[in-house]
Ligand binder design. Structure first.
Ligand code: SF4
Length: 295
């Protein structure tokens, strides 16, 4: 049994498909892929016991690089499709993977309502501060003034402070990690999957091809493990402060967790005491007589 095996004998290679990765050399997606597989194995989950949902973007190519139940959805819509799946079958852990481009522009509304609804999913933000797949366009998280392919003289739009934005929505779980620290990312992902409610995991990723401002070396130097320095992750205000202020150092680890979190389905009074899942309650209804009325 190797170091990536878990109690009933599965190993990370159980999650590996035959497809080769085609990301650029040094891309942070390699670290994210490795940490995701390790986290699932260490959680004791076999590929048939988890749902992995992918948005469109460079990271989305993970959808055929690993095994498991996978769904590669439309651009910006990964949070909504993952939330729907988790509501239908709450017995299976659901992870949603999306980039900063899609999730803070096209899909930002889904992010807002998933956080406030506290849907029971883990959302992994592949945050390389640009649209890599479409060759280096500025995203809503690109620092204003950075020269990108869509803004050769510098991006003119204000940057969304993603952590301030997420904390304004009263989240129940917020973590940040770095694609170069696979051990920490693995632990963060495990904590996120075990959380009951919406887990927001910001993965700061190197994109050596298009992001020249937050390189692997820059992130390596700036990131620190807040949990190792004694950060109390139950303190919302302190968590928000260290999450938002990245001027000197970047806090990583589980920054905030409400351990009393009650996910969406458990908040609904009408479902109390019901043993079936929504997916069990789907019925086939003959509507042919109804259709005749309109034909
Ligand atoms: Fe990775 Fe950036 Fe290359 Fe996309 S463009 S594969 S995000 S390095």
């Amino acid at each position: 049994m190797n170091s990536s095996s878990f109690k009933d004998g599965h190993v990370t290679s159980d999650y590996s498909s035959d497809n080769l990765c085609t990301w650029c050399d040094g891309c942070g997606n390699y670290g994210a892929l490795g940490a995701t597989k390790r986290a699932l194995v260490e959680l004791g989950l076999a590929p048939h016991q988890v749902l992995l949902c992918f948005d469109v973007g460079c990271h989305g190519n993970m959808s055929d690089k690993m095994l498991g139940y996978r769904f590669h959805g439309l651009h910006g819509r990964v949070i909504s499709l993952a939330s729907g799946a988790a509501l239908a079958n709450p017995d299976i852990p659901v992870l949603a993977f999306g980039g900063d481009g899609a999730c803070f522009s096209e899909g930002v509304g889904h992010l807002v309502h998933a956080v406030r609804s506290n849907y029971n999913i883990t959302f992994v933000l592949h945050n390389n501060a640009n649209y890599g797949l479409t060759t280096g366009q500025a995203s809503a998280l690109t620092p204003r003034g950075e020269k990108m392919n869509t803004a050769p003289q510098g991006s003119v739009e204000e940057t969304i402070n993603s952590m301030d934005f997420v904390f304004s929505l009263k989240p129940t779980f917020v973590a940040r990690t770095f694609s170069g620290d696979i051990r920490q990312m693995t632990d963060v992902l495990k904590a996120a999957v075990n959380h009951r409610g919406f887990s927001y995991v910001d993965v700061l990723q190197a994109c050596p091809t298009y992001n020249k401002f937050a390189t692997h070396e820059y992130l390596l130097e700036k990131c620190y493990d807040a949990n190792a320095e004694g950060h109390d992750s139950s303190n919302f205000e302190v968590a928000r402060k260290i999450a938002v202020d990245t001027s000197e150092r970047i806090a990583t680890g589980v920054l905030y967790q409400n351990k009393e979190s009650v996910p969406f389905l458990d908040r609904i009074e009408a479902r109390k005491g019901i043993k079936t899942r929504l997916v069990d309650e789907v019925e086939t209804v003959d509507v042919s007589e109804l259709i005749k009325i309109f034909t």
